[in-house]
Ligand binder design. Structure first.
Ligand code: ADE
Ligand code: ZN
Length: 320
C-alpha cells in the first residue's frame, strides 16, 4: 500500500529523526549520545519512561534552525515516499527555540521553508501543531502556548500536548489551551494512551479539544466509546507506536478495529516512525492483515483524516 495517498495527522517532528541523521550531527558537534543507540544503530529504550529520555537526548544535537531545515526535508522526503500527501506535524518549542519567542520564530521559519521546498518537489503538504510537553509542567506549557498564539495562522494551525500523560491533570493546562483557542488555533491532546478512560473524559471536559492523540484506552469504557462516536471526536490512532511501546501485545489485540466498528472516527498515524520501526505503509499493511481491512476502509480513514485536518478549507480541498 506504499503508493496509495495518505493523510497523516499525528507525527512528531523530533520523533521522526532518523538515528543516522542524529548520529551524523552529534559527530559533527562532538556531542556524545552513543548511549541511546543499540548495536544495530537503532534507538534503544525498554519502556515509555526510557523512550521519553532517549527521545529528548536525540534532540540534543539539533541546535540550529539549519538543523531543523535539514531534518524537515529528510522527514518529508521519507513520508512522501510512503504516499503521505498531507502531514500534520507536532512542533515543540521546548526542543527548538527553548520557548524563547524570538528563537522560536527563527526555527519555525526554517521548518516552513523546508516544508515549502518539499511541497514544491514532492507535493507533500505540512501544517504545524505547536505542542507543549506535559511532564515539563504547566508553566512551561504557558510559554509554549504564547509561542503558538504569536505564530498562529494559515501554517501553524493547531495546539496540542504530548509527553507523560500521568504527569499532572488536564485542568492544569486549561489556561494554555484557552489562550491557544482564543488565538484561533484548533486543539488536540494526547490522552488515553497511558491513562484510562477517565483521562480522556477529563481532557475533553477541561481542554475542550476536538481531537485526541491516541485515545485507544477509551475501549475500556464502552459508554465513553459511544459518546466519542456521537460527538464526532476524532482519534489520532498510532497502532505501531502502541504495539512498540507495549500498550497492546500485538496488532490483533489493538482496539482500533473495535473502535472503527463502533462508529468512532479513527485515523491512522505513525507518531515517531524510526523509534517504532514503522512507516505509514507498514501501518496500513499490518492493519490490513490484522483486521482484514480493504481499500474501502482505508479510503474512509483517509477521508476522516482530511475532514478532521486543521488546515484551511482550500488546503483540505486539495487532499480530499
Ligand atoms: N511524544 C512523542 N511520542 C509520544 C507518545 N507516544 N506519547 C506521548 N508523548 C509523545
Ligand atoms: Zn504522539
Amino acid at each position: 500500500m506504499r503508493d496509495s495517498p495518505k493523510v497523516e495527522l499525528h507525527l512528531h517532528l523530533e520523533g521522526a529523526v532518523p538515528p543516522s541523521f542524529v548520529r551524523g550531527l552529534a559527530r559533527q558537534k562532538s556531542i556524545d549520545i552513543s548511549g541511546i543507540f543499540d548495536e544495530g544503530g537503532n534507538y534503544r529504550y525498554r519502556d515509555f519512561a526510557e523512550f521519553l529520555k532517549v527521545y529528548e537526548a536525540a534532540t540534543a544535537p539539533l541546535t540550529s534552525p539549519e538543523d531543523y531545515h535539514s531534518l524537515t526535508r529528510a522527514v518529508l522526503a521519507e513520508s512522501a515516499a510512503h504516499g503521505v500527501i498531507y502531514s500534520e506535524t507536532f512542533l515543540s518549542p521546548d526542543f527548538c527555540g527553548a520557548r524563547d519567542l524570538g528563537a522560536w520564530r527563527e526555527y519555525l521559519h526554517a521548518i516552513r521553508e523546508a516544508a515549502e521546498a518539499a511541497e514544491a518537489q514532492d507535493g507533500i503538504i505540512l501544517r504545524g501543531i505547536v505542542t507543549c510537553i506535559r511532564h515539563f509542567g504547566p508553566d512551561a506549557a504557558r510559554e509554549v502556548a504564547l509561542c503558538a498564539a504569536e505564530t498562529a495562522g494559515d501554517w501553524v494551525v493547531g495546539f496540542g500536548i504530548a509527553g507523560d500523560e500521568t504527569a499532572g491533570k488536564p485542568r492544569d493546562f486549561a489556561w494554555s489551551f484557552d489562550m491557544a483557542r482564543e488565538a484561533g488555533l484548533r486543539l488536540t491532546a494526547h490522552a488515553g494512551e497511558w491513562a484510562g478512560p477517565q483521562g480522556i473524559r477529563d481532557t475533553l471536559r477541561d481542554l475542550r479539544v476536538e481531537r485526541i492523540g491516541h485515545g485507544v484506552r477509551a475501549i475500556e469504557d464502552l459508554a465513553l466509546v459511544d459518546e466519542l462516536a456521537e460527538a464526532g471526536i476524532v482519534l489520532e490512532v498510532c497502532p505501531g507506536s502502541n504495539v512498540a511501546l507495549g500498550v497492546y501485545p500485538g496488532w490483533r489485540a489493538h482496539p482500533i478495529g473495535q473502535l472503527y466498528d463502533r462508529g468512532v472516527k479513527v485515523t491512522v498515524s505513525t507518531d515517531d516512525p524510526p523509534f517504532f520501526h514503522t512507516t505509514m505503509t507498514h501501518e496500513y499493511d499490518r492493519l490490513s492483515e490484522a483486521f482484514d481491512w480493504d481499500d474501502g476502509v482505508f479510503a474512509t480513514l483517509n477521508r476522516t483524516a482530511a475532514e478532521a485536518a486543521f488546515c484551511a478549507p482550500e488546503t483540505r480541498a486539495q487532499i480530499l
